[in-house]
Design a protein around this ligand. Sequence first.
Ligand code: ADP
Ligand code: AMP
Length: 220
Amino acid sequence: MNIILLGPPGAGKGTQARLMEDRHGMKQLSTGDMLRAAVAAGTETGRRAKTIMDRGELVPDDVVVGIISDRLGQPDVRGGFILDGFPRNTAQAEALDRMLAGKGLKLDAVIEMKVDDEALVGRITGRYTCAKCGKGYHDRFEIPKAAGVCDVCGGTQFNRRADDNEKTVRDRLFVYNAQTAPLVQYYSGRGVLRTIDGMADIAEVTRQIEDVLKGPQRPI
Ligand code: ADP
Ligand code: AMP
């Protein structure tokens, strides 16, 4: 299946996408992760993106559309993909429609994850990841079983994102509400939108997503 996880920063898109990769063999396509990799690698794209990301604004459409177009052309996405953080505005959604049509791919569902703004701020300011394998954690909501040791790979180094501070989070939420939230209408009008309660705990959100995946689909 090919799906979009649609929701504000901190909604749990990355957490659920990684669980779906494990369960269903679908590929997580996170534009945020791809841009952070470009920043870490010091590429021209990464240098252009970094200052924009630090301000919590959107990187230009041509950059992210180019990244996703390349990725959708690779054979490993043929078994299904989960778009996480893309599209983020109507122009990107229209570009995605054209890309999918051009590559003979369809979209099975767009899953909107609804979470209150104050909960999002708490989730993002407490977020960190294993430096070795990328597993996500939270200071209060997802703690490693052994303190300071990654459950997945045993790594002991962890990273926090430069943009996961309260000021930038509020700017990112503003950008989400202004530019990304209109995609709810865009996809509900096309009959593929499914809304779930992202305020529930991680396991319950997974159950809700599984229900959507099992339910009837009308791919577009
Ligand atoms: P997104 O990819 O949408 O920005 P993440 O998946 O990175 O969000 O989740 C943000 C933070 O909130 C992470 O630290 C994660 O462990 C935590 N988290 C994710 N889902 C939930 C949930 N349902 N309840 C509480 N915390 C969650
Ligand atoms: P995320 O990891 O999805 O929270 O994204 C982190 C940052 O990367 C965002 O605040 C944007 O600056 C940038 N970004 C990620 N995806 C996109 C996108 N689809 N369009 C524009 N900018 C993006």
